[in-house]
Design a protein around this ligand. Structure first.
Ligand code: URC
Length: 303
């Protein structure tokens, strides 16, 4: 028996970066959490403690801040690609880089004004952290020249207060769930979508692509008469793939945020689907991938 080193990578996790762009007196914010991980010829460091091949995680972190200053931060995918290529192309021992970025949104604080007179509008340098979802991306760059891009979002909470049923399910001796023809359907969407290798089509930036995929996901959730969350999941993925040529696969994680009608009969009241207990756990967890049948090999895209 011989012991060998298995797959490994190392990097800096969750570098918090805020970049302010000063456009005259009007400021713009980018608030990111960046994680980098490198792999390659790392036998020596693990087996003998020889650090020659190791670009320190501290350096990886510094590069994130330096690149933010040098190149600015536009779309998170572009920033991640720049970093991933830099680590691989500048370090002979590094054969693969994985960069993940989360973007936290901020909204401008509106200026209060009496009757919308002079001074009405948005503050130039004051922001409130948005209640919106978090935008994400995961980029890999390999020494063979391959770059893969997965974009995504998380913490997007949506709810339909009707147009959702769940019935006709399998039953056994442990089943107590009653079929329902009208329930609340709520979920916190985690979605990731894989771009075709060429990236978004000529006209589409990653920003436009993100806005459109998000719109399609939300509209598909709202517009689907749901017989199960699984069916809604498929409809959401299918809608994105039909609408967006640059995407070849969508992966969704949808917790079923159960809303149970409260029994008010002890108080002599009915409850015609109006008062609910929003349970936080346990929750159903529905996960699935929807993809074009001609999608290219994913290789390391999702890792
Ligand atoms: O949409 C649903 N899918 C399920 O698989 C399931 N299981 C369950 O108890 N409720 C639901 N709802």
């Amino acid at each position: 028996m011989r012991v060998v080193l298995g797959p490994n990578r190392y990097g800096k996790a969750e570098v918090r970066l805020v970049r302010v762009v000063r456009d005259g007196g009007v400021h713009h914010l980018k608030d990111l959490t960046v994680s980098t991980a490198l792999s390659g010829d790392m036998e020596a460091v693990h087996l003998t403690g020889d650090n020659t091949a190791v670009l320190p995680t501290d350096t990886q972190k510094n590069t994130v801040y330096a690149f933010a200053r040098k190149h600015g931060v536009a779309e998170i995918e572009d920033f991640a690609i720049l970093l991933a290529r830099h680590y691989v192309e500048s370090q002979p021992a590094v054969h693969h880089a994985r960069v993940s970025v989360e973007e936290h949104f901020w909204d401008r604080i509106p200026v209060p004004s009496a009757g919308g007179g002079p001074g009405a509008g948005d503050r130039r340098h004051s922001f409130v952290r948005s209640g919106r979802e978090t935008r994400t991306c995961l980029v890999h760059h390999d020494a063979d020249g391959t770059t893969t891009v997965v974009s995504g979002l998380k913490d997007l909470v949506v709810l339909n207060s009707t147009d959702s049923e769940f019935s006709g399910f399998a039953e056994d001796e442990y089943t107590t769930l009653r079929p329902t023809a009208d329930r609340v359907l709520a979920t916190e969407v985690s979605a990731r979508w894989r771009h075709l290798p060429a990236g978004p089509g000529k006209a589409a930036s990653y920003g436009e692509s993100y806005d459109e995929v998000r719109r399609h996901l939300v509209e598909a959730f709202a517009g689907t008469y749901s017989l199960s969350l699984q069916q809604t999941l498929y409809a959401m993925g299918e809608r994105v793939l039909n609408a967006r040529d640059e995407i070849c696969e969508v992966r969704l994680v949808l917790p079923n945020k159960h809303h149970f009608t409260v029994d008010l009969t002890p108080f002599g009241m009915d409850n015609p689907n109006e008062v609910f207990h929003a349970a936080d756990r346990p929750y159903g967890l529905i996960e699935g991938a929807v993809l074009r049948d001609d999608a290219p090999e994913a290789r390391f895209s999702w890792e």
